[in-house]
Design a binder for this molecule. Structure first.
Ligand code: CTP
Length: 400
């Protein structure tokens, strides 16, 4: 299942050099499963052609001329009414001013008046134009009317100057679109706490004991929970991944830091999904200076780390549902069942990490969901995102 399947987005593109990034945005949204109807203004067509968008969306791209065709009198109404989200990226100062004033002199601004869907704007312009009181007043008016405004950000501008005016990057805008489109999903109003990645336990200031967890399954859980409308906190060990847009993000390094972060965010959460690979042991006395080779081969003595899940399960204000993950290389079911019981969990997601296509580092996973009532559900090989959706659907059914 694709995250934005059956969602309809009208993507309005106005005349800024950031138009070239809008093609990437249209492509990203399409790849996420959305049906993307692009409307180009006349000025946008000086920068980019309808064919570019048609090629990435696989759908017709609309221009002002379409207003004067046979469907002209209803086109803007149909586009506006069918949309789940109206996203204008880039949005120029001129279009912002028109939207604020309720003007409707082209297909895009007409559609904006006809649309009932949430309006999301990604302004892009030169710094001075953005700072101008007229533009700021347009943005204030639109914000007060409920529009979501993302960016602009600071950096190099096409004018050669640098300042605040750059359109937010397509990946981030796609993330905001996911949050907006997921808002009324099955997890709306729920708080989901996710942990991800492995922890690192310092030996000295430059060396750590780490594990092979990439964090991909945990990040997929956080993203899927956002797509389903949840309010998400992601507590993550060091990973190379970008946190999903819309999640509250807490970066930790060690198991003890992860424990503290989880306990600080557990109260009031509907569920805790503990996907992190927490180190069970840490060097008992991390050296505060780099250990030198000339000192000879060191012996690293280890101490036990807290069992975070077990500790949380014994807390008074614990999340309503506790979900653990068991990565095993042998005796999968027996080991997972043992952890389900000993850690006081409602569900455990068991996976055999000895398989090539499941577990560490890869994008796919093959898991079995074991619940407290003794039920077992074996899932086929799925992407980590699809696994995340299934885990969340099962967790939600247990919550209910
Ligand atoms: N876990 C935890 N705190 C730890 C270790 C693990 O909260 N110190 C959580 C993991 O996040 C996971 C579940 O417990 O959700 C099972 O993790 P796993 O490492 O498989 O369990 P352990 O109890 O450490 O057992 P072992 O490593 O001996 O298999």
């Amino acid at each position: 299942m694709l995250p934005l399947q059956s969602k309809r987005i009208v993507l309005g593109v106005t005349g800024s050099i950031a138009c070239y990034k809008a093609a990437d945005l249209a492509s990203k949204l399409t790849q996420l499963g959305a049906e993307v109807d692009v409307i180009l203004t006349g000025a946008a067509q000086h920068f980019i052609k309808p064919l570019t968008f048609q090629s990435v969306t696989g759908r017709r791209t609309y221009v002002d001329q379409d207003l004067w065709g046979p469907e002209g009198h209803v086109l803007h109404v149909k586009l506006g009414k069918d949309a789940d989200l109206l996203l204008i990226a880039p949005a120029t100062a001129n279009t912002l001013a028109k939207l604020a004033a309720g003007q409707a002199d082209n297909l895009l601004t007409l559609t904006a008046l006809a649309a009932t869907a949430p309006l999301m704007l990604a302004p892009a312009m030169d710094g001075g134009m953005y700072d101008h009181p007229a533009t700021q007043a347009s943005l204030d008016t639109l914000r007060a009317r409920g529009a979501q405004i993302h960016g602009p950000v600071s950096g190099h501008l096409a004018s050669g100057l640098s300042g605040v005016g750059r359109m937010l990057e397509p990946a981030e805008l796609a993330g905001h679109a996911r949050v907006a489109l997921g808002a009324s999903g099955p997890l709306a109003g729920r708080r989901v706490l996710v942990t991800a990645g492995g922890t690192q336990e310092p030996i000295d200031p430059v060396r750590v004991i780490a594990n092979r967890s990439s964090g991909k399954q945990g990040y997929a859980l956080a993203q899927a929970a956002l797509d389903m409308g949840a309010q998400v906190t992601l507590v993550s060990g060091p990973t190379a991944l970008t946190p999903p847009v819309g999640a509250e993000f807490v970066r930790v390094q060690t198991a003890v830091e992860m424990r503290n972060a989880v306990l600080a965010h557990a109260a009031g959460a509907d569920m805790l999904l503990m996907a992190a690979a927490v180190a069970d042991f840490r060097p008992s006395n991390a050296a505060n200076k780099k250990i030198k080779r000339a000192e000879g081969v060191p012996t690293v003595e280890l101490a036990a780390n807290p069992d975070i899940l077990k500790e949380v399960s014994q807390q008074a204000g614990k999340p309503r549902l506790l979900v653990g993950f068991a990565a095993e290389s042998n005796d999968l079911l027996a080991n997972a069942q043992g952890k389900l019981a000993s850690k006081g969990l409602d569900m455990i997601v068991a996976n055999d990490v000895s398989a090539q296509d499941a577990g560490f580092e890869v994008d796919t996973n093959r898991v079995i969901l074991l619940t407290k009532d003794g039920a077992q559900e074996e899932l086929p090989l799925l992407s980590k995102y699809e696994v995340a959706r299934k885990v969340l659907e099962k967790a939600l059914s247990l919550l209910k």
